[in-house]
Design a protein around this ligand. Structure first.
Ligand SMILES: [Mn+2]
Length: 367
């Protein structure tokens, strides 16, 4: 039995540890999910003006196709979880001029249930914009009630210790700096959350908060997909461990199959390491058991594709959408093959899937 010193302190102490996140949980717009609810969550589109510096441009077709050809007819509701417009680099007018038709597409999701949009650190200025079309759907956080359990959706920058990410006034000064000083001088990604030490710190404090509050947090911001608090590298490690354990007890016929699976997963893991991908939220803090309390939808500006989170009744999934030509990476994985959407050339593959009841059971038992 292990005691943590915090357990001896009064409740008010806990609440002060992450005051920003406590506030988000209290003020979040509540939404009741039912067993038939379907929701797709995207974040970090970083829409620009359609020019060379617009990071959304290369995946715009893919985003339009998957939303209008898959999620809309599939009766999904839509949540855009922050950093949708890239206001640190472009004025809203130029973004609207280039991508305004997407705003209409987003709004169509209301007929499937709901459409909501949270703000991130790159688009918090939307609050000040007059005549912004999606203003009535803009909130800071949402809470999904699933039975007696709660999923809190917010962008994630609120957990940052950096002033310019947390306070709008500071960020406004940065906007001016970026538009008129950094841009001409060629400085890029000045305020990005991509630095791996910084994003780990953000994820970590959201992880601690979620475990204390016994909720699931669904974020974006760091551009790194997380499923049940695990990065892809962690997941692959766990899965390989699991299969190795199963191998000795397996029927000889089954062993060949397990062996192939292990080899395929190991190959993917080696690729991850070669690309310099880091481990997720595993640490010694909780005896190395990872509590499945943080999910991150990743981003839609990936070079090879887009990640998204789906809630489908009692299931939660991390999916990857990509241009069909680049499917080599997933050929080896037998149980989840990519499926092309009609003849669009774009494919979707399920990277992870779990039951929400199982996620919340583990959260309650382990935290
Ligand atoms: Mn962000």
């Amino acid at each position: 039995m292990m005691f943590r010193s915090e357990q001896l302190l009064p409740m008010s102490f806990h609440q002060k540890k992450h005051p920003n996140l406590e506030r988000l949980l209290i003020k979040a717009k509540p939404i009741q999910l039912d067993p038939s609810s379907k929701v797709v969550i995207l974040s970090d589109l970083h829409m620009g003006n359609g020019g060379r510096r617009d990071e959304f441009r290369r995946n715009a077709d893919l985003v339009r196709t998957m939303l209008s050809g898959y999620y809309l007819p599939g009766k999904y509701s839509l949540v855009l979880n922050g950093d949708i417009e890239e206001l640190l680099k472009f004025p809203l007018e130029s973004i609207t001029e280039q991508w305004g038709m997407f705003f209409d597409l987003f709004l169509q999701f209301e007929k499937n249930g709901f459409f909501w949009k949270t703000w991130g650190n790159h688009d918090s200025d939307l609050l000040e914009e007059k005549g912004y079309k999606l203003a009535p759907w803009l909130v800071e956080s949402l809470k999904f009630h699933y039975g007696n359990d709660t999923m809190l959706l917010f962008h994630g920058h609120q957990a940052s210790i950096l002033l310019w990410e947390t306070y709008p006034l500071v960020s406004r000064a940065i906007v001016l700096f970026l538009r008129y000083v950094a841009k001409p001088a060629g400085i890029r990604n000045f305020s990005s959350a991509y630095n791996s030490r910084r994003r780990f710190a953000i994820e970590k404090s959201i992880y601690e908060f979620s475990n204390q509050a016994k909720i699931v947090s669904i974020i974006g911001h760091t551009h790194r997909p997380l499923f049940e608090s695990l990065s892809r590298v962690d997941f692959l490690n766990f899965r390989i461990e699991e299969l190795c354990r199963a191998f000795p007890q397996a029927h000889p016929e089954k062993r060949k199959e397990i062996e192939e699976k292990i080899l395929a997963l190991k190959e993917e893991l080696d690729t991850c390491y070669r690309q310099g991908k880091k481990i997720g939220l595993r640490s010694g803090l909780y005896n190395n058991i990872t509590i499945p309390s943080v999910f991150n939808s990743g981003c839609t500006i990936g070079k090879r594709g887009i990640t998204a989170l789906e809630i489908d009744g009692n299931k939660i999934r991390l999916v990857y959408w990509f241009n069909g030509k680049q499917s080599r990476k997933f050929i080896s994985s037998r149980d989840n093959r990519p499926k092309e959407l009609g003849r669009t050339g774009f494919s979707r593959i399920v990277l992870n899937e779990d039951s929400l009841d199982y996620v919340f059971t583990r959260l309650r038992l382990l935290s």
